[in-house]
Design a binder for this molecule. Structure first.
Ligand code: ADP
Length: 172
């Protein structure tokens, strides 16, 4: 039986921290689904389609042959239903600072309560990405700060483009 893992998140946008989890995760499982999940609590900068395209582009350009075992998808329902419908026995999550822990712990327990067939597996962040979070990146980029080295180059370009468009909208 193939081990299929699903790595859900907002990925608004994908960062080098996410990419680190994806690169390490794909080595552990036969198939990895990077799932752009709709989160009503987090207003998004990029549309779901834009986020999926950015992830796809980064995987294709940076991951080589292993990228062939990664699928990018989106979903707006209950994660555990998606996992079950796609025969995924693993939910993959990344852990940064202690601040991530409580939320991740609650979510893992809630998912476990809903299904004992699906296990949550955590990978500790690579030390370089400890403070890398999409929100901080968006905040810095929105004020013209450089986010180079924290996100893939293609994503940095998309961020610059998006904020330039936003500034144009305000000026019109
Ligand atoms: P963010 O919190 O940056 O908005 P997401 O909601 O997209 O990110 O997070 C998806 C998953 O990726 C979560 O498990 C989150 O803890 C993890 N993650 C996010 N950033 C990093 C990082 N820098 N290192 C490791 N894991 C991360």
């Amino acid at each position: 039986m193939k081990t299929i893992a699903v790595y859900p998140g907002s990925f608004d946008p994908i960062t080098n921290g996410h990419l680190d989890i994806i690169e390490r995760g794909v080595k552990m499982f036969d198939e990895l689904i990077v799932l752009v999940a709709f989160n009503p609590k987090k207003p998004a900068l990029f549309t779901v389609t834009e986020r999926q395209e950015m992830i796809h582009g980064v995987i294709t350009s940076q991951l080589g042959a292993e990228g062939g075992r990664i699928r990018v998808d989106s979903y707006s329902g209950l994660l555990i239903n998606y996992a079950q419908d796609n025969n995924a026995g693993i939910i993959l999550r990344g852990l940064r600072a202690v601040s991530d822990f409580e939320y991740e712990f609650q979510m893992a327990l809630m998912n476990r309560k809903m299904s004992r067939e699906v296990e949550t597996v955590f990978l500790m962040t690579g030390y370089k990405w400890f403070y890398t979070a999409s929100n901080m990146i968006k905040e810095a980029a929105s004020f013209g700060g450089s986010v180079s080295g924290l996100v893939p180059e293609s994503v940095e370009k998309e961020l610059l483009k998006k904020y330039a468009e936003k500034r144009e909208d305000v000026c019109l």
